[in-house]
Design a protein around this ligand. Structure first.
Ligand SMILES: Cc1ncc(COP(=O)(O)O)c(C=O)c1O
Length: 406
C-alpha cells in the first residue's frame, strides 16, 4: 500500500540525521546526487557479506544465485518502467555512458549533412557526445532555445526539423530550470517524421515513476545515483533491433558469442553492451531503490516537493534582488537563482557554514549559462524526503547571506 509519511520516510535515510559542524544537515543538492535509503545500503552490504560471486559464468551455487539476482533486477526495473516488449534494458555506468553508447552506435548511420536537434537546456552529458560525432562526421546540430519562463520553445523545436533531421535528443527535466519537457508530444512529432529520439531522464525519475510506453522515445537513459540508488550504475533502454545492429561499444568477456583466432561474433542485447564484469552490487542496489520507490505515494510526494519548492521560491523573492531561472508552472522542484548582493560561490559557502548543501556553478550546463549570459547560478534541488525544516534552515542561511553582503 503506497504511503507518504515524511517523518517515516526521513527515518529511512540514515544520512539525513547527520550533523555538519553541530548543525543538522540540510541536503538540497539532490539534483547532483540523491541520498540512499537503508534498504539500498543493506542490499549492497548483504550481497558482499553473503552472496558475492561473479555472474553468468559460474556453475556453482553462489554464481547461479548472483546471476539470477542480477537478471531479476533487469526484469523488475523493466516492469517498473513499463518498457515495451520491443525494447531492451542495458545496464550502463550512468546517463553519460548511456548517451555515449547511443552516439557511438548511431555514428556509422549518420552521414555528412545529417542533422540532430538538441536543446539549449541540455546537461553536458547530452551535449558533448553529439558535438564529438558532429565534428567527426560533419553533422549539423541545432540548439533550440527557450521561452521567457525557461520552457523549451516547442514551436522553434518543431521548426528545427527538416528532411535531413535524423535524431532529436532532449532532456525530460532540466537540471537547472526544473522545466519538464512535453516528451510524449515531442517523441510523437519526431516519430511521424522518421526521426529517432533519445530522452535524458536523469532528472525525471527522482521525482516519480516514468512510464516509458507513454514517453514513446526510442532511447531513454538515467543514472542510479539520482534515483536513490548507488552510483556507477545506470540504465539505457532502446529498440532491441536497432541496438542489435549497433557495433559493440566495448568488447571483451561476456558480450561474445564465439571467439576464435580468425574472428569473434557478438551476442545480442543486453549482453552485447555489457562487456566484462558489471557492477553487480550496484545493480541489485538499483533494483532495491526501485522497490523502495514503488512503495511511495508519488501523488503526495510530488505535491509535497512542489509545495516546498514553491515556498522556497516565494521566500527567496521576498529578500529582494533575487532572479530565479525557470518559472515554468508545474516544474520539478529545482530552484536556480542569483542573488544580486552575492556571487553564487559566496552564497554556497555561507550556506555551507550552516550545514546546508546546495550546488553553485554552471551545473554542467555551460551553454545554458551562456544563453542567460551568466557565469553560474546557485541551485537548491529538492527530493521527496526534504521537509519544512529544510526550507526554514535554507532561508535562515539566506538571511545570513543578506546580513553579510546586503
Ligand atoms: C539532466 C542530466 N543529464 C545527465 C546527467 C549526467 O548524469 P551522470 O553524471 O550520472 O552520468 C545529469 C547529472 O547531473 C543530469 O542532470
Amino acid at each position: 500500500m503506497p504511503s507518504f509519511d515524511i517523518d517515516q520516510i526521513r527515518a529511512d535515510f540514515p544520512i539525513l540525521s547527520r550533523e555538519i559542524d553541530g548543525k543538522p544537515l540540510t541536503y538540497l543538492d539532490n539534483g547532483a546526487t540523491a541520498q540512499k535509503p537503508s534498504c539500498v545500503i543493506e542490499s549492497m552490504r548483504k550481497f558482499y557479506a553473503e552472496d558475492n560471486a561473479n555472474i553468468h559464468r559460474g556453475i556453482h551455487y553462489l554464481s547461479r544465485e548472483a546471476t539470477e539476482a542480477y537478471e531479476n533486477s533487469r526484469t523488475q526495473i523493466k516492469a517498473a518502467l513499463g518498457l515495451p516488449d520491443s525494447h531492451e534494458l542495458i545496464f550502463v555506468r550512468g546517463a553519460t555512458e548511456g548517451i555515449n553508447l547511443v552516439t557511438h552506435g548511431l555514428s556509422d548511420r549518420l552521414s555528412e549533412g545529417d542533422e540532430v536537434v538538441l536543446t539549449i537546456m541540455e546537461h553536458h552529458a547530452n551535449f558533448v557526445p553529439w558535438q564529438v560525432i558532429a565534428d567527426r562526421k560533419n553533422i549539423k546540430l541545432h540548439f533550440v532555445g527557450l521561452t521567457k519562463d525557461g520552457e523549451l520553445d516547442l514551436e522553434a523545436w518543431k521548426a528545427a526539423f527538416n528532411s535531413r533531421t535524423r535524431v532529436a535528443s532532449f532532456t525530460h527535466v532540466s537540471n537547472v530550470l526544473g522545466s519538464i519537457n512535453p516528451v510524449a508530444e515531442m517523441t510523437t512529432f519526431a516519430r511521424e517524421r522518421g526521426v529517432l529520439t533519445l530522452v535524458d531522464g536523469a532528472q525525471a525519475l527522482p521525482h516519480g515513476p516514468v512510464d516509458l510506453s507513454e514517453v514513446g522515445s526510442d532511447f531513454y537513459v538515467f543514472s542510479g545515483h539520482k534515483v536513490f540508488g548507488p552510483d556507477g550504475i545506470g540504465v539505457l533502454t532502446g529498440p532491441r533491433d536497432l541496438l542489435n545492429a549497433f557495433p559493440p561499444f566495448q568488447s571483451g568477456g561476456d558480450m561474445i558469442d564465439r571467439v576464435q583466432v580468425s574472428g569473434t561474433t557478438f551476442r545480442e542485447v543486453p549482453e552485447r553492451f555489457e562487456a566484462g564484469t558489471p557492477n553487480i552490487s550496484a545493480t541489485l542496489g538499483l533494483a532495491e531503490a526501485f522497490r523502495y520507490m514503488a512503495e511511495i505515494d508519488w501523488e503526495e510526494a510530488r505535491a509535497h516537493e512542489h509545495s516546498l519548492a514553491e515556498k522556497t521560491a516565494e521566500e527567496l523573492k521576498s529578500l529582494g534582488g533575487i532572479r530565479i531561472f525557470g518559472e515554468s508552472p508545474g516544474k520539478a522542484s529545482i530552484i536556480s537563482f542569483l542573488y544580486d548582493v552575492a556571487h553564487p560561490q559566496d552564497v554556497g559557502t555561507i550556506l555551507d557554514t550552516e550545514g546546508i548543501a546546495i550546488r553553485v556553478g554552471h551545473h554542467c550546463a555551460q551553454p545554458l549559462m551562456d544563453y542567460y549570459e551568466v557565469p553560474a547560478t546557485a541551485r537548491a534541488s529538492f527530493a521527496f524526503y526534504n521537509n519544512e525544516a529544510d526550507v526554514e534552515a535554507f532561508m535562515r542561511g539566506m538571511h545570513k547571506v543578506q546580513r553579510f553582503f546586503g
